[in-house]
Design a protein around this ligand. Structure first.
Ligand code: GLU
Length: 476
């Protein structure tokens, strides 16, 4: 959480938005219209639990409906409030525009500590919250499509989908009312890890550009880079795991709710994830140094800092002490506007949230399209693709025989080449392509415009430009 003397999360997002708008030539009033959150619905409902009536407060904010449906997760946390939900909804508008996901921005939240409730209680609460939103079209396949966020996951999305289906028995597209569902309930392969995978693809793309890497005072590839991760939830866990296992990065610090673990030799992400699942925190983990004041580890010397937990964790209090030359915002809003100014002046490169964590909504988009088309990706083409590859290989072998030679391809090449793409491969390919092309669109502005000195402003310029164009084509 940011200190008291800082603007709120929403104000912080507004400040960053305004900084970008000043560099643009928008028609009068359009910037203001885009910045404001269109509407926020607050609902208070009672649920009979444990012999008494308990009252819950929930929100669904629609920041911009320049394209419908609007999109954004539902968060379960005691810290949820209107300001936060509106800030997150605004980020969804810009995020969707940046990665070309055809949605406006929305976000929802329920003030609840999900750890305090049994599964069956959470189901009743979730269904009731969903009922309140569905009856006002704040959950609807063509108007507003939620997804998981902090404190929610596949399980909650399945309950929401079922609740919608019960209330809309003749809607053939009912499953598209929410994304992030389990595969068996209309979900898509690769959605659970999508945000973490997107963080990995974002870093891979960044490290393909030597010029950008040197701007961050780094060199070489991701291999051997020393990384500190804050939050081993869904996003942080998958990002850290993939970066460690597939890119050779060294995870030297993991910050969790109850403290942090550090080890220069590297921490095994999967082992620690299992430890947390069993013990509820990182403390007591034997193969690393435990630091009780976890937030201090944000200030540790490292190559890349990955805040993947809450907003406002890098703020006016600690920004000057951050040593990482490269920060990738896996969480939404982890760096406040004030901290952003300080870090920028110190030469730190920040890969901004609206791009860095857009993998989630990108794969949500694929899931929604899958639901609307009522067919799994790859189902029609896969075997046909394999048959064509086989034809090529057979022809190649026949040719070699005709020439009196026997060229043989290695069995592992054949196996890989012959395999047609299934849903998971297609999702990964679509996500990778999205992360690469969105990065290039930001980077172009970052390098070409002298008045743009950071990736966040560049990201805002790209997305505000697209939202403005969308408003203008409608004559607004
Ligand atoms: N909650 C995620 C986010 O902040 C996913 C949103 C979605 O898939 O709609 O981006």
């Amino acid at each position: 959480m940011s200190p008291k003397n800082e603007p709120s999360f929403r104000e912080s997002v507004d400040l960053m938005f305004n900084r970008a708008v000043q560099l643009m030539d928008l028609p009068p009033g359009l910037g203001q219209q885009m910045r404001l959150c269109n509407a926020t619905y607050t609902v208070r409902f009672g649920v009979r639990l444990r012999g008494e009536m308990q009252t819950f407060t929930g929100y669904r904010a629609v920041h911009s409906d320049h394209i419908e449906p609007v999109k954004g997760g539902i968060r379960y946390s005691e810290a949820v409030n209107q300001d936060e939900v509106e800030a997150l909804a605004a980020l969804m508008t810009y995020k969707c525009a940046l990665v070309d996901a055809p949605y406006g921005g929305s976000k929802g939240g329920l003030c609840i500590n999900p750890r305090e409730y049994e599964e069956h209680e959470l189901e009743i609460i979730t269904r009731r919250f969903a009922y309140e939103l569905i009856k006002r079209d704040l959950i609807n396949p063509s108007q507003n499509v939620p997804a998981p966020d902090m404190g929610t996951g596949e399980r909650e999305m399945a309950w929401i989908a079922d609740q919608y289906a019960r209330m809309n028995t003749t809607d053939i597209n009912a499953r598209a009312c929410v994304t992030g569902k389990p595969l068996i309930g209309g979900g898509i392969a690769g959605r659970v890890e999508a945000t973490g995978r997107g963080v990995q693809y974002a870093l891979q793309e960044f490290f393909r550009e030597a010029k950008d890497v040197s701007k961050a005072q780094l060199s070489g590839t991701l291999d051997g880079k020393r990384i500190v991760v804050q939050g081993l939830g869904n996003v942080g866990f998958h990002a850290a795991k993939f970066l460690q296992q597939e890119d050779g990065a060294r995870i030297i610090g993991i910050i969790e709710r109850d403290g942090a673990l550090v080890s220069e030799n590297g921490l095994d992400v999967e082992t620690i994830h299992n430890w947390i699942a069993k013990n509820g925190g990182v403390s007591g983990f034997p193969d690393a140094t435990f630091v009780a004041d976890g937030a201090k580890v944000l200030e540790q010397d490292c190559d890349i800092l990955v805040p993947a937990a809450l907003e406002g964790v890098i703020n006016l209090e600690n920004a000057k002490k951050i040593k990482a030359p490269l920060i990738i915002e896996a969480a939404n809003g982890p760096v406040t506007a004030g901290a952003d100014d300080i870090l920028r002046k110190n030469g730190c490169v920040i890969i901004p949230d609206m791009y860095a964590n857009a993998g989630g909504v990108t794969v949500s988009y694929f899931e929604w399209v899958k639901n609307l088309s009522h067919i799994r990706f790859g189902r029609m083409q896969r075997r046909q693709e394999e048959a064509r590859h086989e034809m090529v290989l057979r022809e190649f072998e026949n040719l070699s025989k005709a020439m009196g030679e026997t060229w043989s391809l290695s069995p592992s090449f054949k196996k890989q080449y012959l395999r047609g793409a299934g849903e998971l491969e297609l999702v990964r390919s679509g996500l990778d392509d999205t992360m690469r092309s969105s990065f290039q669109s930001m980077r172009e502005i970052w390098h070409e415009r002298k008045d743009v000195t950071d990736l966040r402003t560049a990201a805002y310029l790209v997305s505000i430009g697209k939202v403005a164009a969308s408003y203008q084509t409608k004559g607004l």
